[in-house]
Design a protein around this ligand. Structure first.
Ligand SMILES: [Ca+2]
Length: 311
């Protein structure tokens, strides 16, 4: 079947009448490894096999960018994919930056392998966020408005946001910045770094409580353990406690608070579901496929414009 049959007709990820053809092609190309615009049963089976790898998200993301299917990603492929996204239209990424040159070479002719690409994708998100900050900070003051902060986080870092964090972004920034209307660069970086490292934060908590999950931990206790176990900064610890305060208003944290903030559960959820898949044969299994394709897209390219997820 064609990408459109697959994405619109079979998966029904996007609206039948009102969808972006580029998005359909991008989603379809994750499965269409021969890149002939058609999804064969063999490709479908191979895709299922791919999902059993622990790094399935990175692998599927790689297939999204390797548009000619030769096992490498060129600058041309990367930039073509990026430029088709809503995210790039909203917050354009500088395709001539020194960052791009570091990966694709000065003349952008270097081909990037899978393992290098996984690192690239990780760094790209960080770089994109910093670039988003620079764009919003037009006068170079080191501050952006809280609304810009919300915009950058929701568009570039949506894969790190749980629904609770997403709905309290403005409140969290206001609280941390002394009820101000701006967000500083250090706050911005620390906020992102905290969300990136929530699994480590959980381990720091469990270290304080000796593995108990309901014991309340004060900021001082947490800070002590954080400094012994990690490179977590005091600013990150501040932000963590602000977030927990907003969610539960106790001034202390328990394990469940961390669960509400940790984006990692989102990856885990997918990995867990992947482990259950043996054969996606009937329409009742569509939900899993949709979740994976949507996650891959969100993970690498931001949210799908006009995406109507039905699972
Ligand atoms: Ca390629």
């Amino acid at each position: 079947m064609t990408s459109e049959d697959f994405v619109i007709g079979y998966l029904r990820i996007l609206d039948e009448k009102n969808h972006n053809a580029d998005t359909v092609r991008l989603l379809g190309s994750i499965v269409d490894t021969s890149k002939d615009g058609l999804i064969s049963y063999a490709e479908f089976q191979a895709f299922e096999g791919l999902l059993c790898f622990p790094d399935a998200l990175y692998k599927t993301a790689f297939q999204l960018f390797d548009t000619n299917g030769n096992g490498m990603v060129s600058f041309q492929e990367f930039s073509e994919v990026i430029q088709k996204t809503e995210l790039h239209k909203k917050i354009p990424f500088n395709l001539n930056s020194p960052f791009i040159q570091l990966y694709f070479g000065k003349d952008k002719s270097r081909l990037v392998s899978y393992s290098e690409f996984s690192q690239f994708l990780h760094d790209f998100h960080e770089e994109y966020a910093i670039e988003g900050f620079r764009r919003a900070d037009k006068n170079g003051t080191g501050f952006i408005s809280i609304l810009d902060f919300q915009e950058i986080m929701s568009s570039i870092k949506s894969h790190l946001l749980t629904s609770q964090v997403q709905s309290h972004l403005i409140e969290a920034a206001q609280l941390s910045q002394g009820a101000g209307s701006r967000v500083s660069f250090p706050y911005f970086i620390a906020f992102n770094s905290l969300l990136n490292n929530m699994e480590l934060v959980k381990r720091i908590y469990l270290n304080v409580t000796n593995g108990h999950r309901t014991q309340e931990v004060s900021k001082e206790e947490f800070m002590h353990s954080a400094q012994a176990m990690s490179q977590m900064t005091p600013l990150e610890v501040d932000i963590l406690f602000h977030l927990c305060d907003i969610l539960h208003q106790t001034g202390r944290i328990v394990y469940n608070d961390l669960y509400a903030i940790a984006p990692e559960q989102y990856f885990k959820q997918i990995t867990n579901r992947l482990a259950e898949i043996h054969a996606v044969s009937g329409p009742e299994d569509r939900g899993v496929l949709i979740q994976i394709l949507e996650s891959t897209y969100r993970f690498s390219l931001g949210s799908i414009a006009g995406g109507e997820c039905v699972y």
